[in-house]
Write a protein of this length. Sequence first.
Lengths: 506, 363
Amino acid sequence: MSAAADVVFRAKDVVKTYGGTRALKGVNFDVHRGKVTTLFGENGAGKSTLMKILSGVETPTTGTIELEGEVVEFASSVEARERRISIIHQELSLAPNLNVRDNIFMGREIRNAVGIDFAEEERQTRELMTGLEESIDPLTLVADLRLGQQQIVEIARALSIDARILIMDEPTSALSATEVEVLFTVIRDLTSKGVSIVYISHHLEEALEISDFAVVLRDGSITATAPASEIDLEWIVRQMVGENFDLGEPPSGYEFGDVALSIENVSVADVENPERSIVDGLSLDVRAGEIVCIYGLMGAGRTELLEAVAGRVRISGGRVLKKGKDMSHLSLAQRIASGLALVPEDRQRDGLVQTMSVGTNLSLASIGTFVRGLFLSSEKEKGLIQELIRDVRVKTSSGDAPIGSLSGGNQQKVVIGKMLATNPDVILLDEPSRGIDVGAKAEVFRLLAERAAAGLAVVYSTSEVNECLSIAHRIIVMSRGRIAAEFSSDISKEEIMAASGEAVVA
Amino acid sequence: MFANGFDLGALLLQGRAFFALIAIIVFFSILSPNYFTVSNILTMSSHVAVYALLSIGMLLVILNGGIDLSVGSTLGLSGIVAGALMTGVPLHAFGITLYPSVWVVVIVSCAVGALIGFVNGVLVSRFKVAPFVATLGMLYVVRGVALLMTNGLTYNNLGGDAALGNTGFDWLGFDRILNIPVGVLVMIAVAIVASVLLNRSVFGRWLYASGGNERAAELSGVPVKRVKVRVYVISGVCAAIAGLILASELTSASPTAGNSYELTAIAAVVIGGASLAGGRGNVRGTLLGAFVIGFLSDGLVIIGVSAYWQTVFTGAVIVLAVLLNAVQYKNRKKAPKGIDPTTSSPLTSAPTDVAPVPEKITG
């Protein structure tokens, strides 16, 4: 069945390291001719890294890539494209200021004697759109398309290069069910013509429907490979999740306090489409000392919910109360001052000031509290910084070290410590474990558990099901802006994933 | 041995503005015996004072990640406002002419500078106009107002009249305390205040934070908009003070005074090692930068180099300074890259499968 001749494209013993982190630990990955090979794995398992290596965006630290049995080295994605390997990126990479036609032929415009042959480009674009059963005009600006249509354009662009290997990284995240059906028809049509597809999706069931081969990646290693006909969803989930690394358990031995945070019927409108609500009339109460985990797929509205509660984005309906006090009309800074703090998802972009030291980053949010007269009290500040470094266990040479000298996990602890220094009653953490290693994850969770036992109300979001089952007393599954299900901590991973619409639909 | 060599390089790089100043002083002292004398140093310093005041205001704006192109015009208008007040404000309704005393003149001029800065700050923070564009607009508006106020003419004789009780305007530019020109003392005082503000006040910390990463600062509860408005106000006031000193030195106020000084101020800040991206820089460096520019151009005058060559040299110094800044900040940036695999760029690092803003992709 999987004879060597079948394999058209192959990653052999591929290792990829970023600094000290091994994102891929010797991966062997085969792409079969004219088949759909699906790569399953949780966030951070290394799927996107592997795809970037296959498509020439990144080069492997060690190991080789073989195309038709011949070792190839791509210096860039352009070289990969010249070998007819095409990728649809997870993040859209279109120029919104250009029209559909110009986006599709960006970088490889069709030329004629006087310049670009727009008529021919337009004709080909129309042909592609017909193939995808879409009525998008080639001359429409990409900015004017809705997200799903933009994804179609992205797909059309990948198709337009007449690829022999087509890598699709989450191609359906913004597509409607009918659009997904059309895409699958197109995929089957392509495979029948001998095009090999590498497919990645969080929607396991959907992915299994189109797959010929399933490969599961976990923590940078391939854990299982099987023909799709021999496996089921349960098998995939089991392989994906694997043995649970102990991320702690819910702190116990104390009673929860009063309701600390009360989210009442909160809605957040979609900026791009005000008709739609990203968070749709969601209500949730969190008590002092309680840890609530919000689990959901991309686009479920977790980030928007947390940002709305923290005051970063405007809510279009409902209200937010902290200890019974209405916070809805307070600014973000006022909410922090009154004890409601948010640890943002992207620590590089939103969490850290890269030009400052570890210490000044730690004291930034609480700096107003150690003013003596007009000036900062440097002894008080130094004391607080020392205390925080010890408390949140930041591994640093000193408070004066540049923030960039810390590892990702320690940087995350700085961001959390900074907000804890404001003495909040409620702390919201958006994906606090993103991009940090397992050991650091466990430490972050232990820290949160300690604070919860001392009366802090903790709400954190995650897209990794393992982390729901660590310290959370209660697990909220969000889907399409609403609470799809609510579980206590003794639930199984499969049930959580099912409720999010990720796996088995009951 | 290698370590020693490296340290020397790092030291030279760190203190480059200082070493450049020493080199300039040594070079011109060799060429002209008149260069390194107390009187010449003081004269040159009073020239530098005007630039330095503009530069300190500019430093705050640049630390915030902005730029203030309107300071040269503000300097000019400040002088014109002072000139108008000194020569008398006719109140036609009462048939009298008002001659405000000098301290009123100073306060009104500074208030005008603050107002211009406030408009800049509001345009940039509330209306999200790019700092370059907002302050470029104000550059023209303010210059235009100064020209309108005098019809393009210059106010001469700002000495005042003892009979009218408004003498003393030349104090700022002419008088000396302990043989040091008042203008230089003002510069030192402003530099100390600015330095304390940056290092010891909450505002200073907020300024560095919002210049380094505005989103992170905002999410930490820093009032980034208020900080922004304040830095432009301070820059406007600094420019107004510089305008007063210049008008006082010349005992005349020209509506075209300070033309293109904003560029000199930016150059001084850059030579002083501040990053135009914001978040990095200090008052000491900026002062050194102003002295480098001032001492260089005055030295060239003293040894009799043509004014055209002065322009060329000044330009070369600026380019060299920016080049060295790039070297310095590139070295700093490299260090974290090796250690932290999760920088924000999705293509070069982040070994996760999470898109930068996953929730924005909705189904």
